[in-house]
Design a protein around this ligand. Structure first.
Ligand code: ADP
Length: 477
């Protein structure tokens, strides 16, 4: 049994802004189910929602700051959660990274540097918790300083750093390096320096024993200039220590047969019951109730990465066809406004919900016929997997985890029951439009449609396989 400290800035259902939250909420659970002693460490944000009891464990001083460690439990699991409690840094409502004005919180460098220092103290058994980590598993830039700081320790635990999205790197002015009092030896281009800036993510990429990312295809893509964000050289250099492990999904939470957020539960043997969810969705969103009209779902952060602008380009043309769109998302204000304008112009065709709404996200997965993910890049992506499980055909661009988890519907893949969605190549409005037209054509062929639905619904997206791969990785260090 290994003692694994899972270091993360979000974990569902405590707090989530995206895919990292999904992973951190379920991978530790899956590792615990494989008999490992897993502890999750996370900042105690004011907006964090613990389902169980929270109690005080200990307090320690780091950087002249007093920090409490509280303990709670990850829902439905044996995983203990250690909350890093420092109200000045984490006691604000709302998003963990962004303030009310939509900007990064001004003291993010200080906040996550403190979090990293505490994680190191805990991992090294210097926090009065009587527990020393064998493996420290860090995630994204917010935790990047952990492997860098651990490199100064004797008898240090093995470290793994997972890239959930290389586009977010935690870059700060060089002056922060000094004000954070980081060890001088780290300030080199082979260390935390990145073109004159302080890079948190480089702490993970340079100093961890192993680097993982969340799909095999993305692991290759980030070693190329197109998606490497000037870190492709470093990642290529570390190629022998870099591996892509596809994310699983929480198959209990995302199960149409037991989902309590949807109006009619169903499975692959009772697919006809999915129709009631379409009706409920149309009613809830104020769209005309019509079972024959294909409903396209979109659930996403509204940022350039997700390629929603590709959809917007031809939306007026698309809307002229017999289709309905159910869009849920938030992010870039310009995209939000554009979507809202179109929803006002075409109320019978397009429903737009701006915000974050977990219940609605389940209703869309269950009620839509088709789900659109035209991402420019996508490290793994979750909704294409949820969609397949819910018999909702995903249209995805061939990139990252989307390429690894969706099999394009071609005559041969439909015939041999491997097709599970529609895949298109180019990140252009034209290619997306073509893919949507292919989906509409396929929708006219109920027999083929059903086979594709059945294939997606029977795929194993559970964490078990992936958790075993992580365990093998820890063992190999
Ligand atoms: P990313 O991490 O880049 O945002 P992923 O596809 O990996 O993308 O994960 C996004 C997760 O967040 C999914 O579980 C998705 O359903 C959820 N999500 C995104 N936007 C919303 C929203 N507005 N409301 C509810 N859930 C959302």
């Amino acid at each position: 049994m290994k003692k694994i400290l899972f270091v993360t800035s979000e974990a569902h259902p405590l707090i989530k802004t995206g895919g990292l939250g999904d992973v951190a909420g379920s991978l530790p659970k899956a590792l615990a189910e494989l008999g490992q002693d897993v502890r999750l460490i996370i900042p105690n944000y004011q907006s964090l929602k613990a389902s169980g009891e929270i109690h005080f464990l200990t307090s320690l001083r780091v950087d002249n700051m007093s920090v409490n460690i509280l303990e709670t439990q990850l829902q439905d699991s044996a995983v203990k959660v250690w909350l890093v409690d420092q109200p000045e840094y984490f006691g604000h409502p709302g998003n963990p990274y962004i303030d009310e004005t939509g900007n990064d919180r001004a003291n993010n460098a200080e906040r996550f540097a403190l979090f990293c220092r505490i994680a190191v103290e805990v991992a090294m058994n210097r926090a009065n918790l009587d527990w020393k980590a064998d493996v420290v598993h860090c995630n994204d830039w917010q935790t990047g300083l952990v492997p860098a700081l651990l490199s100064f320790e004797d008898y240090l635990p093995a470290s793994v750093f997972t890239i959930h999205n290389l586009a977010y790197q935690g870059l700060f002015p060089a002056s922060k390096f000094y004000s954070l009092n980081l060890p001088g030896r780290l300030w080199t281009p082979d260390g935390l320096e990145f073109h004159g800036l302080l890079s948190f993510i480089k702490g993970g990429l340079v100093y961890s024993d192993r680097i993982t990312t969340v799909s095999p295809t993305y692991a290759k893509e980030i070693q190329s200039p197109e998606l490497g964000y000037n870190l492709d050289g470093l990642l290529t250099y570390r190629n022998a220590s870099l591996i892509g492990i596809i994310n699983g999904i929480d198959v209990d939470q995302w199960n149409p047969a037991t989902d309590t957020h949807i109006s009619q539960q169903y499975d692959v043997h009772s697919l006809e019951r999915k129709a009631a969810n379409k009706t409920a969705l149309q009613q809830r969103l104020g769209l005309p109730v019509d079972s024959a009209i294909p409903v396209f779902g979109v659930i996403t952060r509204l940022v350039e990465q997700k390629g929603i602008d590709l959809l917007l380009q031809y939306l007026p043309e698309l809307i002229a066809m017999p289709v309905q769109f159910a869009v849920l998302g938030s992010g870039d204000h310009a995209i939000e406004l554009k979507l809202q304008e179109l929803a006002v112009a075409y109320p019978d065709k397009l429903s737009v919900t701006i915000g974050y709404d977990e219940v609605l996200s389940h209703s869309i997965e269950a009620g839509a016929d088709i789900f659109i993910m035209p991402s420019r890049f996508e490290p793994c992506g979750m909704n294409q997997m949820y969609s397949q499980r819910y018999g909702t055909l995903p249209i995805v661009r061939k990139t990252g985890g989307l390429a690894d988890t969706v099999e394009d519907a071609l005559p041969e893949t439909i015939a041999n029951d491997t097709a599970s969605g529609i895949v298109f190549n180019e990140a252009t409005p034209g290619s997306l439009l073509e893919a949507i037209k292919r989906a509409l054509l396929l929708y006219q062929n109920p027999a083929a449609w059903k086979r594709i639905q059945a294939r997606g619904m029977s795929k194993d997206f559970s964490w078990q396989q992936s958790a075993k791969q992580y365990l093998a990785l820890y063992d190999g260090i």
